[in-house]
Write a protein that binds this ligand. Structure first.
Ligand code: NAD
Length: 458
């Protein structure tokens, strides 16, 4: 495997060069023989995306068509992709759908959702339609506070050291606020300090929490910088050794909340309502069910988080940690019956999202999605996302408590199966329709239908 830097070529020239004479003689599309393959590629990060793609193509035996797909970065400029993450060779495009019918705090909204899963966008549209006339969703937020943790170990007197840190509040505030004057300008900055003595396998640890208002930023970089700057002071004041200095993704000072009432006549009567409430009771009592219940919520949440260029893993980690805050993993939503007999749904979860920083500003599609949403603050974005999570969960529970989840999934799922069977263009819809009519959505059945269809057309 060559590790020197080949001459600059466009992505496809680079790939073709290796398959058509300039590279080692081997058949197009065939992988390098196992004995010649090595993942130890020195200087890979210093190469251009085209050069990296050529190397990967040779390593994996990618054909020209597969390599061309990778190098077609669509609405993301290749240079920008190369700046966002390391060792870029291309981009992975995900469909962007728009959920309609959403009304949050009286405001009409169209919701951009980036997801590869069928039925997710439709679920939000359906849930929102069924509570639209009753006012849609209301929302609120606990604030935009993030937590950074500083870990100190080997502290001889952890309880006394705790008080020493708490007594330095003004000094701590000055150090933290000195890290980010821009954040201060926008009304954010240090808000509080808390110190916990944590029992651990390695003995007591002293954990300092910096509580920071990060306003319209998710805030990871801001609070991490503050924690790193304060760490030597913590070591000095406690006599301990400081190791970790990093934000907590359990952003429980940044809770987004949403609520909606679904009138009985909109959802199909008492049996449906009671089925949804019972489904919530099931999830709240059983972690096996709660994991799937909350995964459904995150189908909606993560799709908007991704569409707006925010960090899906940060929000997911926060949501699941919050769901387990009582020591048992539970539902992030609650469903109850109102005094008038309608269905009331609510959600509360950490929502560390921003309009500034990360890919939110850099990615042109994220910018377009934020414009579609029309949100003027990170708080507003977080509240809307919470409403989307609740909508998603309502639709999933309604389907599960009535017809089952597969019926709604079937049409789009059948299209995926048709494509997997090799259907192209107009064939996809025709094969999918027959699969749904037969009630058997399987790849082997799709293949048989496709073969019959093509034979009949000959
Ligand atoms: P950032 O540092 O790029 O931008 C935030 C900064 O922008 C602020 O600190 C402030 O200086 C400035 N700013 C300008 N206008 C502002 C306003 N109106 N409100 C607030 N700040 C304003 O971004 P970030 O939000 O600090 O970091 C987000 C990125 O960090 C994400 O990409 C995330 O993936 C990544 N990250 C996450 C973790 C984690 O979740 N554990 C850890 C490290 C990094």
């Amino acid at each position: 495997m060559p590790t020197d830097r080949p001459p600059q070529r466009t992505p496809l020239q680079g790939v073709r060069g290796r398959f058509h004479g300039r590279g080692p003689a081997r058949q197009q599309g065939s992988a390098m023989s196992q004995s010649h393959r090595s993942s130890r590629i020195s200087g890979f990060h210093k190469k251009s995306p085209a050069e990296r793609l050529a190397i990967v193509s040779e390593f994996a035996g990618l054909g020209g068509a597969a390599a061309a797909k990778l190098s077609d970065t669509g609405n993301l400029d290749l240079d920008l992709a190369d700046r966002l993450v390391e060792n870029v060779v291309g981009s992975m495009n995900i469909p962007l759908g728009i959920a309609t019918n959403m009304k949050v705090d009286g405001e009409e909204l169209l919701i951009p959702m980036a997801t590869e899963e069928s039925s997710v966008v439709a679920a939000v549209c359906n849930a929102a339609r069924q509570c639209y006339d009753a006012g849609g969703f209301t929302s609120s937020m606990s604030g935009t506070l993030m937590i950074a943790q500083i870990q100190a170990i080997g502290v001889a007197d952890p309880h006394a050291a705790r008080l020493r840190i708490l007594g330095r509040r003004d000094e701590i505030k000055a150090v933290c606020d000195g890290c980010d004057p821009i954040l201060l300008k926008f009304g954010g900055g240090f808000r509080d300090v808390e110190v916990r003595v944590l029992d651990s396998q390695g003995g007591p640890m002293l954990i300092t929490h910096l509580i920071v208002d990060t306003r319209d930023a998710m805030g990871a970089n801001a609070v991490n910088s503050m924690a790193e700057k304060l760490a030597p002071h913590i070591a000095e004041w406690t006599g301990g050794r400081v190791y970790l200095r990093i934000l907590s993704n359990l952003a429980d000072r940044r809770l987004a909340r949403a609520h909606a009432v679904w009138p009985l006549d909109q959802i199909g009567g008492e049996a449906v309502r009671d089925g949804i409430v019972s489904a919530y009771h099931f999830a709240d009592a059983d972690p096996y069910r709660a994991a799937t219940h909350n995964k459904g919520i995150m189908n909606g949440v993560s799709a908007v988080v991704l569409a707006t260029g925010n960090d899906t893993r940060a929000v997911e980690a926060g949501a699941h940690a919050y769901a387990a805050r009582d020591g048992r993993y539970r539902s992030l939503t609650r469903f109850e019956v109102t005094a008038s007999g309608d269905l009331s749904g609510s959600i509360e979860l950490p929502m560390a999202v921003g309009l500034i920083g990360g890919a939110t500003k850099a990615h042109p599609t994220a910018q377009a999605c934020l414009k579609i949403l029309g949100v003027a603050s990170a708080e507003r974005l977080a509240r809307v996302i919470a409403a989307v999570g609740l909508a998603q969960n309502f639709s999933a529970l309604k389907a599960l408590a009535t017809t089952g989840i597969q019926k709604g999934h079937m049409a789009l799922h059948a299209q995926n199966i048709a494509m997997m069977a090799g259907a192209v263009g107009g064939e996809i819809d025709r094969v999918a329709r027959i699969l749904v009519e037969r009630g058997t959505v399987r790849q082997d059945v799709a293949q048989a239908i496709l073969e019959d269809m093509r034979a009949a057309a000959r």
